[in-house]
Design a protein around this ligand. Sequence first.
Ligand code: CO8
Length: 256
Amino acid sequence: MITLTRTGASENVALVTLNRPNALNALCRQLMQELSETLLTVEKDDSYRVIVLTGSEKAFAAGADIKEMAKLEFADVFQNDFFTNWDTLSRITKPVIAAVNGFALGGGTELALMCDIVYAGENAVFGQPEINIGTIPGLGGTQRWPRFTSKSIAMELCLTGDKISAQDAKEVGLVSKVFPTQQLVSEAVLLADRIAKNSPLIVKTVKNSVNSAYETSLNQGLQIEKQLFHSTFATNDRREGMTAFAEKRAPKWTSN
Ligand code: CO8
């Protein structure tokens, strides 16, 4: 249900594709287990620098599998922890770009919210329709929407289940760029290539620092940023980057 393809100009981009076409990539337990394992494989493999997460042109993911969830009781989801590892994506330290075409609903939108950058195809549709089936978002929708956009947008989407277009998602700040559907994945890979050219050590440090903005007060976040900035002065890549600038040549990163 998940395919992993090595791609990009330097073959260091992991293209992870959700592939369950007959259910619009609905997130069932097996798919999420495979996604978690694939992400952890890529995370551990230094030959991958950046991840692009995508689905099909029709659906990124139409949410958690409602037919699978319909049979569950409280004890299944709480005591037996049915949804273990569904949030692995949020713990990946390499940059993750979501390339969203088609339906990204419920858990599909929430996967996009866990990514670092979201690119959308013109046909993308986002939303949190859980309220229409008697439940609420459970993969971060009620927490990340208000942090990344606003309380008003979060409440309106989660209380109504309304769907929004790619363009609307760009206007509220979820999506950074919108592309024609068929170009989307190649544009995401081009972006991944640009990020992959930088020092992996410093890329990881940037991601760490930006993410701290969502976990801390401004003062704590500024302290973390300053400490991380200072820490770059203990790296060869910081020395190499500044020396290469002065010598008018391209830097050669060693990631130490
Ligand atoms: N679950 C199971 N099957 C689905 C799902 C889904 N979420 N979405 C689509 N499918 C299936 C359909 O049942 C259908 O299967 P079949 O052909 O066997 O009948 C097939 O995919 C094609 O779907 P449609 O015929 O419905 O296609 P349409 O183009 O007519 O409609 C829609 C597309 C609008 C996307 C429609 O399928 C739909 O509304 N789907 C449900 C969307 C939804 O409500 N998503 C939210 C689910 S709840 C959730 O995500 C909570 C996440 C919390 C996780 C917590 C972890 C800790």
